[in-house]
Design a protein around this ligand. Structure first.
Ligand code: MF3
Ligand code: CO
Length: 257
């Protein structure tokens, strides 16, 4: 089902989006050398609850995972790129950390992800991966207009990632979002311009380019959730929730930092 939000629901989506942005910004600031992934999970839980919101993850049991996720945020370190299950691990200088968070508040969800390097070192390969997903996300946002089609967004993402020298995996991508986190339509991270569903005001989408340095193949951990590059190479992921408006879109999960 494709959900179209009325203006009252868009107003609520702004509140949820701002909350997701604030939690992610806070976790980015707290994720320093020595921080344990389980601390990030616990802090996220506290912030979600303090805001009167609910996790979209803790009870989530989709076909692509194994049982309920059981945690509040996805934490992917280095080669772990999607659905990273928080576990007992302390961050080290130079770790590439991807955080992905979705919550629902007053019946409306928002979903966002970011990647960054922990500590002081700036490994060039990691910086390039992160910047490629951020550029692809901005290109996707640019393409998300009421006169465009889904394929225009997919094409925008795929073009940036491909031109940056990466091959694109299309098993997981963006998605519709509204009263629940994962809805139709699927937004592939590669596609043909001018094809697919016509965008329209009130459609809310989570756009999420992600990339792996030297492969397009994923492997799943024994935990049944964490997806990592099959070669062990580094990976990155950037995501925002946007709503299509009459003359373009509004990004609901922009961070202040
Ligand atoms: N928020 C992720 C996405 O961007 C999905 C995480 S699902 C979970 O679509 F179960 F792993 F939490
Ligand atoms: Co998402």
């Amino acid at each position: 089902m494709i959900e179209i939000l009325n203006p009252a629901k868009v107003a609520r989506a702004r509140v949820t989006g701002a909350l997701v942005a604030e939690i992610l910004q806070t976790m980015k600031e707290r994720a320093v050398v020595g921080t344990n992934l389980l601390e990030i999970d616990a802090w996220t839980k506290e912030m979600i609850e303090a805001a009167g919101a609910e996790s979209c993850y803790v009870d989530y049991a989709p076909s692509f995972g194994s049982g309920p996720f059981g945690h509040y945020i996805c934490t992917g370190v280095n080669d772990a790129v999607l659905h990273g299950l928080p576990h007992d691990y302390r961050l080290a200088d130079g770790d590439l950390l991807s955080l992905d968070l979705a919550v629902v508040k007053d019946g409306i969800a928002a979903d966002s992800a970011l990647s960054f390097v922990v500590g002081k070192s700036r490994p060039p390969e990691s910086v390039a991966l992160i910047e490629a997903t951020e550029r692809a996300l901005e290109a996707a946002i640019e393409a998300a207009r009421p006169d465009a089609r889904l394929g225009d967004i997919s094409h925008a993402i795929g073009t940036v990632l491909t031109e940056a020298g990466y091959s694109v995996n299309t098993e997981f991508g963006g998605h519709g979002i509204g009263s629940t986190m994962h809805q139709d339509p699927h937004v592939a991270n590669q596609g043909r311009p001018g094809r697919g569903f016509k965008l329209r005001p009130g459609l809310m989408l989570a756009l999420e380019p992600w990339v792996m340095a030297d492969t397009d193949e994923l492997t799943v951990d024994p935990d049944g959730w964490t997806l990592r590059s099959s070669t062990g190479c580094r990976t990155a992921h950037s995501e925002h929730t946007v709503v299509i408006t009459d003359d373009g879109n509004e990004v609901l999960t922009r961070r202040r930092g």
